[in-house]
Design a protein around this ligand. Structure first.
Ligand SMILES: *Cc1c(COP(=O)(O)O)cnc(C)c1O
Length: 459
């Protein structure tokens, strides 16, 4: 039988493989990739033309368009002077293993097909769980990101609440969180059709006392609808950690599901210098951590951890006649599809596993501590310049600072100018209604000279 040409190995494919490997090796050994910037779609089309045609334009041509034009219209998130949003800095080992993950074509939903790969993920997961101090039977699963992890956890929380009382099935659930919570909490509440109330904090973080009085202030009807509290373990904007210990106590007393969103801050659980800020996290019912943020994994890799895996399974396990075989005798093992919203899934924890296995957890600890240290170093440099001012002390790896006298437009123009000139990507944010500047350090290759270079452009 003649092989489908698209899947057969011909000379073009062999050459392409070498080209792709060469590009990959060059890219991952380049620690200061060109800081690309977006272009208008029409402009890109002008430069690239139609790429999908009945006969195909050929691998060489398509790859050349990618290398020469398209990749330059992207911002490399691992650039050492990309300090905007939450950047990333995947290890070379993890990137290499991302290629291996693709090449190995493993289905990651069920143990029956994915056992060896899921074993790897679970080894990495065991380490993540150990960082949290969750009790013995706690475990978790890798997701596409923090948004999917938050959704998976909150759906499990609501299912648990509904399973406890028939009456809950007919009412819309209610979530409480703080005003520092990530936008995905609000977005996922919408997806679940749950209501969300933000507790505004007097200080900088949500405390048990504030949560308690917010609950007391709910109407009797709303109190009955309340099923979970979402605390944040490192706000994305400022790196602030809610008072997890006292919030946990209130949740326990009120019999509410306690979710901690550490999508950004989770990596800092491995950093002894700040670990005590997370005390109380061990009492959570579920936790979100994004390895693609501060655990040096390539996109996309999030994780959701549960104190009680059975509750997650009750919410997420899918039933279908053609899926039965996976749950048969002989297929016994851990089925990631049972614990989060996705069925067919990449073994997306495998790059993290390989990198952890190769480097060991101490290197992770040190690289995360370096991010925290860079935030302290930047703070000192800011304090040493008369045109700059710290807005608040750095938290985790986030620094909020002000260029004295600047208007919001000046911050914006400065961001665009630095980006255009390929110097840096540092974006403004808001703190208490004031537009200011923000650094978020992840990449341990960012240097003190990088920080000086950026601060100098604000003179
Ligand atoms: C980034 C972030 C999210 C969303 O995670 P994604 O991986 O982007 O889906 C949720 N919560 C917090 C606190 C975050 O920092």
């Amino acid at each position: 039988m003649e092989k489908n040409k698209m899947h057969s190995i011909d000379m073009e494919l062999v050459e392409m493989t070498l080209d792709v490997m060469k590009y990959t090796i060059d890219r991952i050994s380049n620690i200061t990739p060109e800081l690309g910037a977006p272009k208008k779609e029409e402009e890109l089309f002008e430069m690239v033309g139609e790429t999908i045609t009945p006969q195909g334009i050929g691998g060489e041509t398509a790859f050349k368009l990618f290398k020469d034009v398209l990749v330059k219209a992207t911002v490399p998130i691992d650039h050492p002077r990309h300090l905007a949003f939450v950047p990333a800095a995947p290890t070379r080992a993890a990137i290499m293993f991302d290629l291996v993950t693709s090449a190995s074509s493993i289905h990651g939903a069920y143990w029956m097909e994915g056992a060896g790969g899921i074993f790897c993920e679970n080894q990495a997961m065991k380490w993540l769980v150990s960082l949290t101090g969750l009790p013995k039977d706690a475990f978790g699963v890798f997701t596409s990101g923090g948004t999917a992890a938050n959704l998976s956890a909150l759906v499990a929380a609501r299912e648990d609440w509904r399973s406890k009382d028939e009456k809950h099935k007919a009412v819309k659930g209610l979530l409480l969180t703080s005003d520092g919570a990530h936008s995905s909490i609000q977005a996922m509440a919408k997806v679940m059709d749950a209501d969300l109330e933000m507790v505004s904090c007097i200080g900088e973080n949500l405390t048990g006392t504030e949560l308690k009085s917010a609950i007391e202030n709910l109407s009797a009807e709303d109190r009955k609808r309340l099923f979970a509290v979402v605390a944040t373990g490192g706000t994305t904007n400022a790196g602030i950690i809610d008072e997890l210990d006292t919030i946990a106590e209130v949740c326990e007393h009120e019999k509410l599901w306690f979710h901690v969103d550490c999508a950004y801050g989770g990596g800092a659980l491995a950093a002894p210098s700040v670990r005590e800020l997370f005390n109380g996290i061990e009492k959570a019912d579920s936790i979100t951590i994004d390895p693609h943020k501060w655990l040096f994994s390539p996109y996309d890799c999030g994780a959701v951890l549960y104190k009680n895996m059975e509750l997650a399974k009750n919410a997420h396990s899918q039933k279908g006649s053609y899926l039965e075989i996976f749950k048969d005798e002989g297929a016994h093992g851990f089925n990631p599809a049972d614990y989060q919203i996705q069925l067919t899934r990449r073994i997306r924890g495998m790059p993290l596993w390989f990198s952890l296995a190769m480097h060991g957890t101490e290197k992770y600890r040190d690289s995360i501590e370096r991010g925290i240290e860079l935030a302290q170093i930047a703070s000192k440099k800011i304090q040493g310049r008369d045109y700059l001012e710290l807005v608040r002390p750095a938290s985790l790896s986030v620094v909020l600072y002000r260029r004295i006298g600047w208007t919001p437009n000046q911050y914006r123009d400065w961001t665009y100018k630095n980006h255009r000139e390929g110097i840096a990507l540092v974006t403004p944010t808001k703190w208490k209604d004031e537009t200011i500047s923000r650094f978020c350090f992840i990449n341990p290759d960012t240097t003190e000279a990088d920080i000086d270079l950026i601060l100098d452009t604000m003179k």
